[in-house]
Design a binder for this molecule. Structure first.
Ligand SMILES: [Mg+2]
Ligand SMILES: [Zn+2]
Length: 209
């Protein structure tokens, strides 16, 4: 199994757009602008053997405010500019009652099946409580960037940072810390005295860190 970093798109990878006094998602390619430091941050995650998967709510599709072809053009640009493995988008709105719209974990679950991802040792980076709730529901460690107000009680992220480059640093630090913890516990672990079957089970459960 592999580990992944799930990235929300709008407000994490690309800038939000000011519309009617609100910060919202881009609807046209011309509005789609990457945030600073995104490409090297994602490249650093890739170098650490992490899959990088974008999980994004795009309810403007269901609302008829975003053309599917325009979204495709934005994602073509994103994939060309940043070393991302895959993009999973929920095209629904609340009234569709789907299981993929964050805060539901459906996009992460689907990606974990497609890419053989171990969710409990993976990470999610997002800028809203819906991202964090989806990450928690999937069992991932969560990192919130550019914290927004109105976070419901119980959906606090594990880490809060200003932007994706800072989130990448946290993730790389966590990987290092987990490696050290594992090396330490292996050093203290008693000799295995189990049967061949138990040892085989252990091998099955092993996660490639
Ligand atoms: Mg967002
Ligand atoms: Zn959906």
């Amino acid at each position: 199994m592999r580990r992944a970093v799930f990235l929300d798109r709008d407000g994490v990878l690309n800038r939000l757009v000011a519309r009617d006094g609100q910060s919202v998602s881009p609807r046209r390619l011309a509005e789609f602008a990457l945030l600073p430091g995104v490409r090297p941050a994602v490249a650093a995650l890739q170098r650490a053997s992490l899959l990088v998967i974008v999980v994004t709510n795009q309810p403007d599709l269901a609302r008829g405010a975003l053309a599917p072809a325009e979204l495709e053009r934005m994602h073509d640009r994103l994939l060309k500019a940043v070393p991302i493995d895959a993009i999973y988008a929920c095209p629904h709105d609340d009234r569709n009652g789907c299981t993929c719209r964050k805060p539901n974990p459906g996009l992460l679950r689907r990606a974990s099946l497609d890419w053989n991802i171990h969710l409990e040792t993976s990470f999610l980076v997002g800028d809203t409580w819906k991202d964090i709730a989806a990450g928690k529901a999937a069992g991932c460690a969560t990192i919130q960037v550019a914290a927004t107000l109105g976070v419901p009680v119980g959906v606090a992220a594990d880490f809060m940072v200003p932007d994706l480059p800072a989130a990448a640093e946290i993730i790389l630090g966590e990987l290092e810390r987990r490696r050290e913890t594992r090396a330490g516990s292996q050093g203290r672990a008693p000799k295995p005295k189990g049967t061949a079957a138990a040892l085989a089970r252990g091998a099955d459960n092993a996660i490639e860190l």
